[in-house]
Design a protein around this ligand. Sequence first.
Ligand code: ADP
Length: 610
Amino acid sequence: MGKEQKKKEKSVNLWAALKSNCYMLRISFQACPGRVTGAFAVRLVQHLNGVFSSVIFWEVLLGYVERDASFWEVVPFLLLSIVFYLGVFFGFSYFDYLTDAVGNQKLYEKLHVRMFQKAADCELECFENPEFYNKYMKAATQIKGRAFRVLGNMSGLFVSLMALGYLCYKTIRIDPYAILFAIFPMISTYIIGKKINMLKYELYQMNIYADRKKEYVKRSVYQQDYAKELRLTNGFWLLMNYFQEAVGAVIQNTKKYGLKVGLLSCFSESLNQVFVTAGSILYASIRLLYFKDLQISEYIVLINTISYISGILVADADCVSKMQDNHLYIQNIREFFDYKPKISQSQPGKAVDRENLLLEMEHVSFSYFGQEKEVLKDINLSISKNEKVVLVGENGAGKTTLVKLLMRLYDPGAGRLVLNGTDVREYAVREYRELFGTVFQDFRIFSLTVAENVLMRRMEEADRETVEMALKNSGVYDKVMTLPKGIETMLTREFDADGAVLSGGESQKIAIARVFAKDCGIAILDEPSSALDPIAEYQMYESMLKACENKAVVFISHRLSSAVLADKIYMLEHGRIIESGSHKELMQKNGKYAEMFRFQAQNYVGEEGA
Ligand code: ADP
């Protein structure tokens, strides 16, 4: 971290801190108004209780004593006090175990849903940008903790200011100079607290890298995806080394900062105790016993108010420095929420006319975030209604990138995409994407039921037929019917011990069924046969063409046998389309495609003969 940046981070402006804390309070209130209001109400009752027990109770009780009142005159006041305390304790318990506990869950849910929605709305490029991704990770890990901290802090600060007004009024009426005993500790706590927060933030920053490493190892060790490699290689011990190194780094940092923080806190605390408690008692005692110009009730009230005011001021100073501490993290959360996605799902625009489908790429070039190398160069292609298009080419030629651009997961760096004569950026993003049904090579099966994995939403009874049809078309229906609950069987054992674990090929067929179940205009299948054996691949391809009669299909394959049935083939090499046309045309041309086709055909014959 540069010196300039450190300096900038250290000088947190109070006004900016207040604004960002209010921002957090506002989004928490929007998420769960009841929880936020409840927090303020509790603080109010807390301070009412505090003011009553330390000031009003003694003032009234000692007033009776000073007036020489009888025991029976005092009894109603004592009974009222008991009722008041019981009410307060009942209120606290009710809030703690019901309103607070339920409200916390609601607040947690609403804030996270808002954050997940935002993350889902950001274009893929954001996730490839380490700066943005770091911001997202920080926001994700901090949002819950910060929301609760800000709520506790701000409600404490605002309500205590009201109590403070009343207590200062009471003290000044007895002795205005006594206030000084309460003010001094606040200043020292504020200055030292600020220093402590800065140290804590530095520690947090220093630990980010090691914490991420720890998280990575944790994820890798317990995720099923890595289970095989970790058992068959020395990868487990390699990860353990990384984990231990990361924990070691955190311990070292913590030791270095922990000592400084501990010493500062100890110094600040002892200063407060000596000055406030001992100082104010000594001062009031001199007035009571030496000058004899204080009444006993005033003596008790004065000592109590000074101690209470000092408590509030110290707490408020701490609140202010916590506010500044929160500010640094909230800024991050705020920047994440305020980010305006370049391709937003909620972006409005023209409706898509599915009747006349013609999707074209015009001179499209594209590079991934932060990379100079163009992955796609001057691409021109078209996909018309119900057309079957195949993209072929070696690994890394740019086929997957091309289909990601078709779906607007990215926008091109140069050139444009045109749908029915209109630039695709003019269409509503969500509706435009609804045009596609897609299976990627790195598809994911979720820990949901088979039907939910196919529909990608909750299933209603009316959907049963669609799900069954889709599973039949992708060739996995018979397998699903052998599962205990058929299409309602949970996939994976993450949440259900009876969940089904499918093979790679079966899982891929479930993913393919998504395309058949969706009412899409263009089906995109990225190497859908990679996990299938040749017979299953042939069946899948045949049934796909049958099931997609009324859809355009973009099919990516490195096995050229599947290209034979396509209307149009685009052959890519190093990000360029080097040949295009039907299988017949390209064979006649006798170029790269024909060469590759013959080479692969030879291999298949060889395989069959073997
Ligand atoms: P294909 O589908 O033809 O195998 P891809 O479109 O997956 O090719 O990849 C084309 C090139 O883009 C490759 O060099 C690959 O390394 C690179 N690439 C793919 N995805 C990313 C990414 N998210 N960030 C940076 N480079 C990428």
